[in-house]
Design a binder for this molecule. Sequence first.
Ligand SMILES: [Zn+2]
Length: 400
Amino acid sequence: MPKEPSFENAIAFAAELIRIPGLSGREGDVAQRVLEEMQALGFSDVRADEVGNVIGVTPGLGKAPPVLLNCHLDVVDEGDHDAWETPPFAGEIVDDVLHGRGAMDIKGPLALMTYAAAGLSELAQGDIIVAHTVFEERGGLGMKHLLDSSLVNPGAVILGEATHGDVCIGHRGRAELEVTIEGIAGHASVPERASNPLDLVGGVLAAITDLADDERCDPVLGQSNAVATMVRVLPESHNVIPDRAVVVIDWRVLPDTSEQDMVAELSARIRSRLGDIPEGLSYHVELATERQRTYTGQENDWGLFTPSFLMDPEHRVVRAAAEAVGRRDGATGDADVRPWKFATDGGWSCGVFGIPTLGFAPGEERYAHTNCEQLSLEEARWAFARYPALVTAVQESLRA
Ligand SMILES: [Zn+2]
């Protein structure tokens, strides 16, 4: 007999997952536990793919396209344990509130979504694919891999990132760019023998400010914004003129902005600030990359760009979802439809792969990535009861 997909069992599972830490690239133990739970709940085709995403299916009646329910397996660093009121990895429930790293981002919703999908066994119009992905917190390698592979082909995606019971339909993208200025190192006592890359940093920072003065605005997503967040030099000695300086830029971008657009625009702004640059100095602008290694052992150089996305608030999938979810306060009417402030894997599923994507989950954005991360069980109970109607309505809307 499969395990009973009740709310109480889901919360017990969420608390257990909180007790298994797992930063991006170290999700193996969490993945293994999720895999076992999917098997216990009676999912079909339970498996992990090459990068370690965990996938299971609740087979439908074949009358509607499949829907993908998605959370991520990784969490962000918990920081100083002493700064937490309840220990980050205890999974404690105090006064009907679940506490700890991942309580709402995203192990609580992961458990609720997984259990809700199990509860729809033999009732769903189409297949419900539950896939929980790796590396969401570092740009979404797991989701990109999942959709690049032909393992799943959903008609819509429902994300479990916190919406506080609203229906979320997009967000700005996030890119990390680097301006690298190369010069010639030398002893600080004889600057005439060196070419100091720091001489150009002022112009580069001014160019970033120029960019910020001229940001685009979207009526739903708000403004894009670019800020300098770090200047690094190499070598780091205080009595050496460095041969390299790197300025790091965090850029929150609107849809239809490509990596090439960003690099071209920033390069143009820098050119107009710096004019002719002295001999011995040069610079280039590029998207920052980091080497990412999955817990399954795959290594990738990953460009630090999470794309943006925005669904039309009148899209039939969005309208069906808002109607099915209803209002958290119990009043009649549709759920509020709005964007998130933060970035999600929806940038891949919708922004890049063009699959209708929305989010619905309990939890308040303001607790995400903080040392007071928590999930109200009253809200979780309400959201858990809304998932069946949501999934059914989204499948119905895809059939239309
Ligand atoms: Zn998240």
